[in-house]
Design a protein around this ligand. Structure first.
Ligand SMILES: Nc1ncnc2c1ncn2[C@@H]1O[C@H](COP(=O)(O)OP(=O)(O)OP(=O)(O)O)[C@@H](O)[C@H]1O
Length: 259
């Protein structure tokens, strides 16, 4: 196994004074599918967003593919970020653009800014985007506007866009939180299968403990900004789950993704 990501002492204090993360250490190896669980406000989104510096950490070191992710070196940050795919709860698609165009946006990090502005994608990229859309079951949606799609379809566009980056790591921030159970299962299967087949490491934030147990090779439990559990689904006992969700037990009920 190869180490993809190494996080040491990650701490984030927001400007208002909220201490969202304290001293998180985490190593991610190639091929791992890691679910991050914890109650609302525990710091799951902050953790994922600190990795690619959508959120600027207050302290700590993040090493991706052996290089330190530093916002001080814009060139290397852009290069490293291009290999990290991000999947969002609310999809973050350009609604007025076609499905195909949205998937092609995954190539922007590899193009010159000018080529990107004029949407000068190569024929190979266009074909790769169509192939991905066919693979995720959206062959009939390629030329539709993104806002014509259902939530589950939009998320499969989001997944395709992330895969277009040919990433080494995918960060999925509550990818099924806005979806019905059937769409959630399709979306989780799609993320899981693509990561497995292509050896992409994945960190996925999930509210549903049973979904985490179903898919994850490893589960991280976050409580009030600290890592309180790091182990397999079998090691995640009911006692540990209650400890992680203490006082917010109503948030952990599974009702999605075939769990
Ligand atoms: N931009 C921000 N400015 C100030 N405080 C923030 C900001 N973003 C998050 N926080 C605070 O940081 C803490 C962690 O939030 P975060 O969104 O990372 O948690 P979470 O576990 O992802 O929650 P949820 O499951 O509800 O998305 C919370 O107390 C939150 O209110």
């Amino acid at each position: 196994m190869t180490t993809i990501l190494n996080i040491q002492g990650l701490t984030k204090a927001y400007s208002g004074g909220t201490l969202a993360l304290t001293g998180i250490d985490l190593t991610v190896e190639s091929g791992e599918f890691i679910a991050v669980i914890g109650p609302s406000g525990a710091g799951k989104s902050t953790l994922l967003r600190s990795i690619n510096r959508l959120v600027e950490p207050t302290d700590g070191t993040i090493t991706f593919l052996g290089e330190v992710m530093s916002s001080k070196n814009k060139g290397s940050l852009r290069r490293l970020r291009s290999q990290i795919g991000m999947i969002f709860q609310h999809y973050n698609l350009v609604n007025r653009s076609s499905v195909l165009e949205n998937v092609l946006h995954g190539r922007l990090g590899y193009m010159s800014p000018l080529a990107g502005v004029f949407s000068r994608y190569s024929e190979a990229d266009k074909q790769a985007a169509i192939d991905l859309l066919v693979k995720v079951g959206l062959a009939n949606e390629v030329y539709k506007r993104a806002d014509e799609l259902s939530g589950g379809q939009k998320q499969r566009v989001g997944i395709s866009r992330a895969l277009m980056q040919q990433p080494k790591l995918i960060l999925a921030d509550e990818p099924i939180a806005s979806l019905d159970p059937k769409s959630s299962a399709v979306v989780m299967d799609t993320i899981y299968e693509n990561c497995r087949l292509q050896g992409i490491a994945c960190l996925v934030n999930l509210h549903q403990v049973e979904v985490a147990k179903k898919y994850a090779t490893r589960i991280i439990g976050i409580k009030a900004g600290t890592k309180v559990f790091d182990g397999t689904a079998d090691q995640l006992t009911d006692e540990m789950i209650f400890n992680i969700y203490e006082g917010k037990e109503h948030e952990m009920h599974a009702n999605q993704a075939g769990a």
